[in-house]
Design a protein around this ligand. Structure first.
Ligand SMILES: *Cc1c(COP(=O)(O)O)cnc(C)c1O
Length: 377
């Protein structure tokens, strides 16, 4: 599918084929919409993909929330997290009662700066949440080393990085706990949805119970086509499970993933090539042999008005975005006593996200890059 002349080039969108539509109709025909066979099958497919146990949940934010809770993070605890992330990372942390401690990023990759995080450690720091911004992971080994030295859990916000390889293995297939999102525009979607990948079976069992209101072993009962009528509840739970409708979409998207990923990579490479050596447009250093990009972000030096630039692009039929307003500037997370986040503050006004989704044509991407360069000339 290509966008015809005059049609809006969307920043992002779901890529849906007849496979997903038929799968959803199948679930509707069988009239079992809740958590059942399709969720079991989607989890099994994801376990093959990652080579590790997986629990599916209602969205990526819930995945982060449950992962933190299952790792024992709660009131009085602090979690190191880059300020430059979706508000979901911060909300998931504060939902547990813990405090998100906003950290700075490295100026090139825009990924958590471990030296800055180290300065913000206190004796209340319990975990670190690296965010795989745009799909890149940076020095993940360095983060794990840092966490090990300081006795921290690592909850990876891998919402952008489904399919990304690190040292030739998939993000999520190693490490502590990785959380993914399957919202409508992520690398694969299940409508809404998310999952936790983790080989700590105690943590995973807590997550499985907590996604079904804390009812112990309800996951196992449902997988066997049963359910609990009288039950033990050992911890605070939530209504965070995935439905069969969502899982049916996810199963088909996972089958299509090799094509979807290849397309995202090809388009990001076209952008990279167009902007190579440009005077004011800086690309993020991402190796698309390894990274599956969720979004395509550039930095624009000396940008006077991003709003103005975005309006001009939109007038040309090109949507653009900003990922993200730094969370430490949000009133709910303001911390007057925190050291300034110099890199984040300097870089944020330069960030612009350009259209990237699997149904864009190469020509679309060429047009977006040409128009952007023309507007900046
Ligand atoms: C999408 C996203 C999430 C949350 O996922 P939802 O499925 O939307 O709840 C968390 N973190 C980041 C960085 C994301 O992009």
């Amino acid at each position: 599918m290509t966008s015809d002349k005059g049609e809006l080039i969307r920043l992002s969108k779901s890529s849906i084929s007849d496979l997903e539509k038929d799968a959803v109709l199948g679930v509707l025909d069988r009239e079992f919409l809740g958590m059942g066979a399709e969720v079991v099958a989607f989890e099994a497919a994801l376990e093959l993909f990652f080579g590790r146990p997986v629990a599916c949940v209602v969205n990526g934010t819930a995945a982060l929330h449950l992962a933190l809770q299952a790792c024992g993070i709660g009131p009085g605890d602090e979690v190191l997290v880059p300020s430059l992330t979706y508000i979901a990372s911060f909300q998931a942390i504060s939902a547990t009662g813990a405090k998100p401690v906003a950290c700075d990023i490295d100026p090139l990759g825009c990924i958590l700066d471990i030296r800055d995080a180290e300065k913000r450690m206190t004796n209340r720091t319990k975990a670190i949440m690296p965010v795989h911004y745009t799909g890149g992971v940076g020095d993940l080994a360095g983060i794990y080393k840092f966490a090990e030295e300081n006795g921290l859990r690592v909850i990876e916000d891998a919402a952008h990085a489904f399919g990304t390889l690190y040292n030739d293995v998939r993000v999520g297939s190693f490490g502590d706990v990785a959380c993914f999102s399957f919202d409508g525009i992520k690398n694969i979607t299940s409508g809404e949805g998310g999952c936790i990948v983790c080989d700590d079976l105690q943590v995973l069992q807590k997550i499985r119970d907590a996604r079904l209101l804390g009812v112990q072993n309800d996951t196992e009962k449902r997988a066997a086509g049963e359910r609990s009528w009288s039950f033990g509840v050992g911890a605070q739970g939530w209504r965070y499970h995935m439905s069969n409708i969502m899982a049916a979409i996810g199963i088909e998207q996972l089958k299509r993933f090799p094509d979807l990923a290849a397309r995202r990579r090809e388009l990001a490479r076209v952008y990279d090539q167009k902007f190579a050596d440009h005077a004011v447009i800086r690309t993020l250093p991402r190796d698309y042999d390894h990274v599956v990009p969720h979004i395509y972000v550039v930095r624009i030096k000396n940008l006077v008005s991003r709003v103005d630039l975005q309006e001009k692009l939109l007038a040309l039929g090109i949507q653009s975005g900003v990922h993200y307003q730094p969370n430490h500037t949000n009133q709910y997370y303001l911390d007057e006593s925190a050291a300034p986040l110099n890199v984040t503050t300097r870089i944020y006004p330069e960030l612009l996200t350009l259209p990237l989704h699997p149904d864009l044509s190469d020509d679309d991407v060429v047009r977006v890059s040409s128009e952007l360069m023309r507007l900046l000339a």
